[in-house]
Design a protein around this ligand. Structure first.
Ligand code: GLC
Length: 433
C-alpha cells in the first residue's frame, strides 16, 4: 500500500506545472476542468497549498457569464493537442478571458463537492477557510451559468450541447444524436487529430465521431458559445445524468459550506429542490430500471444502461427502491466476472471493453460510485468498487482507464489511454488513505 501511495504522489508531482496539474503528459498537456477537481483532492494529502492553487488557476479561466471552461490553455506554445485554443477561438465571446486562453464548453461541476471534501479533511485550517470564502461565489456563479443558459425552460435540469461536456466523450448514448449530423466536408474546417498519434487508435473515438465533435464546436463558436441559438439549432441537446447528478451533489455541498460559513444559500436551495425532484421523476426509466439521459431534440429518453446513472447515488437522488435496483445490478456485474463499474452496458452489442467510454473502467467514476453506494449503506458493493480499482491500478499502473472484463484483463500488463494519469493517482490515493 505504501508503495502505491508513493507512486501516486510521484505522479501528482510529475504532472504539477507550477500552479496546476495536467491530466497526463502529451495526450492532455493543459488543465482540464473536472480532472482538476479530483486532482486537488489528491494534492491535499501532501500539499494543501497545491490543492488550493489547482482550483484557483482553474477559476482564472472562468468567463464573465460564469462558465467554467473544460480546458484552460495555460501555455500557448504546446502543440500536441487538438483542438487547441486557436481552434476554439473562445474570444468570440466577449466574456472569455484574453489570458488564459480557454475552450468554449464546460464539464461536470465537481468543484462544490471537492471544496467540501477539502474542508472536511482540514476543518480548522484558516488558510483553507479564507480560500473557501473567496472561491465559494465563483463556484456558485458557475452553477448559475448552467441554470441560466443551459436550462432555458427552467425545468431544473441543464443540457449539454457537446459530448465532451459530459466527460464521457464517445459513450454510445450520444450515437443517435451524433448520427443526426450530416457532415459536409467542404464546410467543416480542416483539422488534424493529435490523440491517435499518441494513444492506440482502437482505444480512442473514431474519425466519424471526431467530425461531429468538430461540427458541434463550430456551432458553439457560431453562437459565441452562450447564445440562445445553440438551444434553437444544436442537433445535440441532452439532459445528462452525470452532469445533473454532479451539479446536484455540488449544490448540496455548497449549501452545507455556505451554512457553516454564514453565506447566503437561498438561490442554491431553490435550484436544489427543483433539480432533485425533476431528476428523480424525469430521468428514471421504468423499462430499463435505471436512470437514463434525456434527448431534448427527440423528446425521448435515450434507452441505454450506462455509468452516469450510478452517480445519482453519490448525489443521494434515488429513493430506497431505486437505489437497491442500482446496487443489485452492480452486484450482478461483479458476479458475472466484470470489474465494476464498466462505463457501458455489458449486454449491449455496442459494448466495447477497450474503447474509452464504451466499456472500460474509469477511476473517478469508481470514486464517486463508491461514495454513492456507501451513502445508502451498500457497504459490500462499495468495497468491491474500491478494491477493483485498487487491484487494476496495482497490476497495470495508473492509467487513464482499464479493461473491465476480468478474463481479458488477466492477460494484460497495462491499462488503456494515457499513463501516469493524475486523477487515477488522486482517486486511488484518496480511496487508499
Ligand atoms: C477525456 C475524458 C474527459 C477528461 C479528459 C482529460 O476527454 O473523456 O472526461 O476530462 O480526457 O482527462
Amino acid at each position: 500500500m505504501d508503495n502505491l501511495i508513493n507512486k501516486a504522489r510521484h505522479i501528482l508531482e510529475l504532472n504539477w506545472k507550477d500552479g496546476f496539474t495536467i491530466p497526463t503528459q502529451k495526450l492532455y498537456p493543459f488543465q482540464w476542468n473536472w480532472d482538476s477537481g479530483f486532482t486537488s483532492i489528491g494534492h491535499s494529502y501532501f500539499n494543501l497549498d497545491y490543492a488550493m492553487r489547482e482550483l484557483d488557476s482553474l477559476f482564472s479561466g472562468q468567463w464573465k457569464n460564469g462558465m467554467l471552461p473544460h480546458i484552460i490553455f495555460h501555455s500557448e506554445k504546446e502543440t500536441t493537442y487538438f483542438p487547441n485554443y486557436d481552434f476554439w477561438n473562445a474570444n468570440v465571446n466577449s466574456g472569455a478571458p484574453q489570458k488564459p486562453k480557454t475552450s468554449g464548453i464546460t464539464q461536470p461541476a465537481v468543484h462544490g463537492f471537492v471544496l467540501e471534501n477539502l474542508l472536511q479533511k482540514f476543518p480548522n485550517n484558516e488558510n483553507l477557510i479564507t480560500f473557501a470564502k473567496s472561491i465559494f461565489p465563483k463556484i456558485v456563479n458557475s452553477h448559475r451559468f448552467l441554470y441560466t443558459y443551459r436550462d432555458p425552460e427552467r425545468e431544473g435540469l441543464m443540457f449539454i450541447f457537446h459530448p465532451w461536456e459530459s466527460g464521457r466523450d464517445n459513450s454510445p448514448i450520444w450515437d443517435e444524436s451524433l448520427d443526426r449530423i450530416v457532415i459536409d466536408k467542404n464546410q467543416l474546417p480542416n483539422y488534424e487529430r493529435r490523440d491517435i498519434k499518441i494513444a492506440p487508435t482502437e482505444e480512442r473515438p473514431t474519425s466519424y465521431q471526431y467530425d461531429r465533435y468538430v461540427y458541434l464546436l463550430e456551432l458553439g463558436k457560431k453562437y459565441k458559445y452562450d447564445e440562445a441559438g445553440i438551444f434553437e439549432e444544436s442537433p445535440f441537446l441532452i439532459q445528462d445524468t452525470l452532469m445533473n447528478a454532479v451539479l446536484i451533489k455540488s449544490n448540496q455541498s455548497l449549501i452545507n459550506i455556505g451554512q457553516s460559513l454564514g453565506l447566503d444559500v437561498g438561490e442554491l436551495q431553490e435550484w436544489q429542490q427543483q433539480s432533485t425532484k425533476c431528476f428523480k421523476e424525469k430521468l428514471w426509466n421504468e423499462t430499463l430500471q435505471t436512470f437514463t439521459v434525456f434527448d431534448l431534440r427527440s423528446k425521448q429518453a435515450v434507452p441505454f444502461k450506462e455509468i452516469g446513472a450510478f452517480v445519482a447515488l453519490f448525489a443521494e437522488i434515488p429513493d430506497s427502491t431505486q437505489a437497491k435496483i442500482l446496487n443489485d445490478y452492480l452486484w450482478t456485474l461483479h458476479q458475472r466476472g466484470f470489474y465494476i463499474c464498466p462505463s457501458f452496458d455489458i449486454d449491449h452489442p455496442l459494448f466495447d471493453s477497450k474503447r474509452y467510454w464504451r466499456g472500460p473502467i474509469w477511476s473517478q467514476m469508481n470514486w464517486m460510485i463508491y461514495h454513492g453506494l456507501n451513502n445508502y449503506g451498500f457497504k459490500n458493493t462499495a468495497q468491491i468498487v474500491k478494491s477493483d480499482l485498487i487491484e487494476l491500478v496495482s497490476q497495470m499502473g495508473f492509467y487513464e482507464y482499464f479493461e473491465s472484463q476480468k478474463s481479458v484483463a488477466q492477460n494484460l500488463t497495462k491499462g488503456y489511454g494515457g499513463g501516469s494519469f493524475s486523477w487515477t493517482a488522486a482517486c486511488t490515493l484518496d480511496l487508499l488513505i
